[in-house]
Design a protein around this ligand. Sequence first.
Ligand SMILES: [Zn+2]
Length: 206
Amino acid sequence: MSTIEKLVESFRQFPGIGPRQAKRFVYFLLTRNPHFIDELSTHLKELKKEVSLCSTCFRFFDKRKISGNICATCDNQNRDKSKMMIVEKDVDLENIERSGAYKGLYFVLGGSVPVLEKEPERYVRSNELLERVEKNCEDKKCQEIILALSNNSDGDNTSRFLNEILSPLLEKYDFKISTLGRGLSTGTELEYSDSETIKNALENRH
Ligand SMILES: [Zn+2]
């Protein structure tokens, strides 16, 4: 396999990137000057060294600024610990933070469960979620879990799955599960929603 082919294969693994786009990336790189390529490869190598996964909410954070394995949001004593919002990915969390409308805690699922999928656990951090919720409930902190998932069929399916796996804990502890209001129009992803829409969706949660 040539280097071009190898790189195409690598780019094809990126979310939403098909073989034609992957090839365009490679040819784009070939037209750049050597400095651009050097810088890019340095950043790629640094990425794993500088970024860590929070052991509590599973978001990525810059570990150069923080000692330990907990992100600044989880470590912030001023956050409302009675609420935990479940999001699919880091960009959703960042967008909600930017809106300033939410002061609770988070959990990053790491994806969504495709419709008709037989092994949902392969797509989301379900065991980690159950562990976290159980721990928060034991500490009597958890009062509400807010599902902030994509407003599409995969998001609905993920919501069904989460309700199912959380139901034994719901019977055992006193908390509720709510869902973001439909201020988000059908098919809209949280990632692309503006602050006002997020605020409305949060106020109209049910
Ligand atoms: Zn965290």
